[in-house]
Write a protein of this length. Structure first.
Length: 90
């Protein structure tokens, strides 16, 4: 059983990703920054690449408290309507 790529093909595929604007790395970094900024840890992320730094969102404490109260309010409405959360996943 032979591997799906020979070494030259594998290197060319890698070069397409690595040399071609670091797309995979940029995507992973943007995704992780989005996750980090979305889930509470609102620190400024230091990057050497200014374009990536533009995508980081840094929220103030007031904005975080507002989001938290909005989320709690939505949850309270869901509980008051007796919505089974599993209902959405069936």
């Amino acid at each position: 059983m032979s591997p799906p790529y020979n070494q030259d093909q594998a290197l060319s595929v890698l070069n397409d990703f690595v040399v071609g604007r670091h797309q995979v790395l940029a995507t992973i970094m943007l995704t992780s920054m989005t996750l980090i900024t979305r889930y509470g840890m609102k620190r400024k992320i230091k990057t050497k690449n200014k374009k990536l730094a533009d995508y980081t969102e840094v929220k103030t404490k007031g904005e975080l408290l507002q989001e938290d109260s909005d989320r709690r309010q939505r949850e309270a409405v869901m509980h008051s309507e007796h919505v089974d959360p599993c209902h959405y996943y069936r």
